[in-house]
Write a protein that binds this ligand. Structure first.
Ligand code: ZN
Length: 273
């Protein structure tokens, strides 16, 4: 496992010249942001990375990258769909909102619950290695093609249901379904290894968890506590602020179908146990 840090430095920062020199000496590419700042990636397997990180005034965002063998050796994974290809066009039809709060400008809602299908203008342009996508802004709301549905059915993956997607006239859209996971994995099945905070909603008392470094290797699963015979769960609580849904947890059997058999390009997996 290596960590990739996405760093951003203002030219006015005290250490910017020194960092630019290190980047130049090492041949590390950076992008200029309108003459005010520059951004670059560094990796934890580079010995100079620690020195660069030490000097940054703004904490970089981090992402863990797993090798193929680290992925293959795991038994449970968090699943995310990475390509945003469904844009819902009638939120008031799809969702019911709760726990309102006032901002200086308007009233907003802390939670939304899906009560109707998504309304989408079109079907994604599926391909051989593209059968899954996400809704704009949330990796945990997953949609799939009929081909994917068929594969999941014939491989006896347990725990996936579907809801149709409709067009603006309320008719089912062809060849795209929302994936629905009805098995909830309670919070005692998770151990957090990354630093996190818990936030409780003032109105309804629901708690969500937020990691200090969201892309890092933050979670382990208590495999001994997971109900047997089920391949897909969603976590009981959200691990992010805002509208983001709780994470999806899948078995090795489901991972094998998606990653090795279907070779899907627009999903990613975080091994958690
Ligand atoms: Zn609430």
């Amino acid at each position: 496992m290596i960590r990739r840090y996405h760093c951003s430095v203002m030219y006015s920062d005290e250490y910017s010249k020194r960092i630019l020199k290190i980047l130049g000496d090492e041949g590390i590419h950076y992008d200029d942001i309108m003459g005010n700042a520059f951004v670059f990636y560094v990796y934890s397997d580079n010995p100079l990375t620690a020195e660069i990180l030490k000097q940054l005034e703004t904490e970089p965002s981090v992402e863990v990258l797993f090798s193929k063998s680290e992925l293959e050796n795991a038994n449970w994974y968090i699943l995310e769909a990475t390509r945003f290809d469904i844009e819902t066009s009638d939120d008031d039809f799809t969702f019911e909102y709760s726990c309102p709060y006032r901002t200086p400008y308007d009233t907003r809602y802390r939670h939304q619950k899906q009560i109707n299908p998504y309304v989408s203008k079109r079907t994604p342009k599926w391909k051989n290695n593209y059968n899954f996508c996400a809704m704009l802004g949330d990796f945990n709301r997953v949609f799939c093609s009929d081909r994917a549905k068929n594969m999941i059915f014939t491989r006896d993956i347990v725990g996936v249901d579907y809801m149709h997607v409709v067009n603006r006239r309320g008719e089912s859209t062809e060849n795209v379904s929302q994936m629905v996971f009805n098995n909830i994995l309670p919070m005692n099945c998770f151990n957090f290894i990354g630093e996190y905070s818990a936030h409780q909603c003032e109105s309804c008392g629901i708690i969500h968890y937020e990691f200090k470094h969201p892309g890092d290797d933050n979670i382990r699963i208590r495999a001994d506590l997971i109900p047997k015979g089920i391949d897909v769960f969603v976590a009981e609580r959200s691990f992010s602020r805002g509208w983001i849904q709780p994470p999806i947890i899948i078995s090795k059997k489901f991972y094998d179908l998606l990653a090795n058999e279907m070779k899907e390009k627009h999903l990613r997996y975080f091994p958690i146990g």
